[in-house]
Design a protein around this ligand. Structure first.
Ligand SMILES: [Zn+2]
Length: 445
């Protein structure tokens, strides 16, 4: 199993199973309802966890909730409410909205607030070792002291922009680990440098090592986090003597495309709105299948058209599972070899977790009417619901349908039509595929 890592700029092989794979993914900053784009890393890394477990790895997925951050203070001030109150409500919404994806939860979802002691201890360690210094209640990381700064994002150290202008800093490139409490901030914590609160980057460094140890396999997040967030996380943790993450996976961003989309949805394409409005009543499956269509490293275009295409694919799989196929006599068309295709499916996911290739193989199986092949492989993506039985037709309807099959087999089409009408009158629709391949019974809306 290999994955592309931003740090090494190449595919990096995982240790063989049953190695322990710790994964840390940067979760949302909770100041508003999460955007559908924030759902992408959530989905990708839960899928990756599922796949690694299926490949016999021992996996622990940690995804944090950033509940102390400038954005939260700013939004709370605008809404004239307590920042803790806002963060709590938005955390709650985040859990509710992502629960609707039906993928389960990460194994741990730490918050900055509950990790405060570890955050302060990590900063103190960096001050002690000379990698950080205090300036009037703030603490800054000495970028110049850390020789490998820029190795993740390939920023040249002399070209790094000042991320946090402050005349008290020794060097414009230095970034804050701790910020003294400012006017208008309604929460603060005690520290050796006075009352204040942590910077965003150190929160993640502390949460990751607290839960996964000083060295772990994978750090993930959106491509927009490479610099400065992840560059700074890496610098701090390595300066503190930790190996930290080995592989750095950055997912491509979700782009809102199409004229209508940018006008009507703009920045309010929340996960909730998408789950409410697209592909109903199969919006959950539609969104998950939509995410499968893009390789995790590439950007993905979200529009009514691309969601419609995903819905069409969802319906196509659904249709296949409505088929009553006698598997004991089923013969696959030429060119469909389940064993060979199964290996290709594994290789697609083992080789940089290529979900579009895996999806293409599932469609090939669909064309070959191989229900079992697909059914066994949908679970990783939370799409096993597509293979779940729908409301079963009552016995007498099935009997009529079977009689009708028999009538068609003997070319008694008048009798076949009569039975079709009876079935329709009872509220069911019988759909023919072919005499050999059977029929479907679908309840009419
Ligand atoms: Zn982070």
């Amino acid at each position: 199993m290999r994955l592309y890592s931003t740090l090494q700029r190449q595919l990096v092989e995982l240790p063989p199973p049953p190695a322990k794979i710790g994964i840390y993914v940067c979760g949302p900053t909770v100041y508003q309802r999460i955007h559908v784009g924030n759902a992408r890393p959530y989905v990708i890394f839960i899928w990756l966890r599922n796949w690694l477990r299926q490949r016999d790895y021992e996996v622990e997925l940690v995804s944090n909730i950033t509940d102390v951050n400038d954005k939260i203070y700013d939004e709370a001030r605008q809404e004239n409410r307590a920042s803790t109150d806002l963060a709590e409500e938005m955390s709650d919404w985040y859990l509710k909205d992502t629960d609707r994806l039906g993928l389960g939860r990460p194994d741990a979802e730490p918050t900055a607030t509950e990790t405060m002691d570890d955050i302060v201890a990590l900063i103190a360690e960096l001050v002690e070792s000379g990698h950080a210094y205090e300036a009037q209640g703030d603490v800054y990381f000495r970028v110049g002291h850390y020789g490998d700064y820029g190795q993740l994002s390939r920023q040249k150290p002399d070209q790094v922009e000042d991320q946090e202008p402050n005349p008290l800093k020794e060097d414009a490139r230095d970034f804050a680990l701790w910020k003294a409490t400012k006017e208008g901030e309604d929460t603060s914590w005690d520290s050796p440098w006075g009352k204040g609160r942590p910077g965003w980057h150190i929160e993640c460094s502390a949460m990751a090592s607290k839960l996964l140890g000083p060295a772990f396999e994978i750090h993930g997040g959106g491509l927009d986090l490479v610099f400065p967030h992840h560059e700074n996380e890496l610098a701090q943790s390595r300066a503190a003597g930790q190996e930290f993450a080995h592989i750095w996976m950055h997912n491509g961003l979700l782009r809102l495309t199409g004229e209508k989309m940018s006008k009507s949805l703009g920045n309010v394409a929340t996960l909730k709105a998408v789950l409410d409005d697209y592909g109903y009543p199969r919006s959950r499956e539609t969104l998950l299948l939509f995410f499968m269509t893009g390789h995790w490293r590439n950007p993905i275009d979200f529009s009514p058209e691309t969601m419609m295409q995903a819905r069409t694919q969802v319906d196509a799989f659904r249709e296949l599972f409505r088929m009553k196929i006698d598997r004991s006599t089923q013969q696959f068309p030429q060119g469909w070899d389940p064993e060979a295709e199964g290996l290709k499916f594994e290789e697609a996911l083992d080789n940089d977790f290529n979900t579009p290739d895996a999806l293409a193989i599932l469609h090939k199986a669909r064309s070959a009417w191989d229900q079992d092949f697909i059914k066994e492989r949908l679970g990783v993506f939370g799409l096993d619901s597509l293979a779940a039985p729908e409301e079963e037709a009552p016995v007498e309807i099935v009997e009529w349908a079977e009689k009708r099959q028999a009538a068609r087999a003997t070319q008694d089409f008048a009798e076949a039509d009569r039975l079709r009408d009876e079935i329709a009158a009872a509220g069911w629709e019988v759909r023919d595929v072919s005499v050999e391949r059977g029929y479907q019974l679908v309840k009419r809306d």
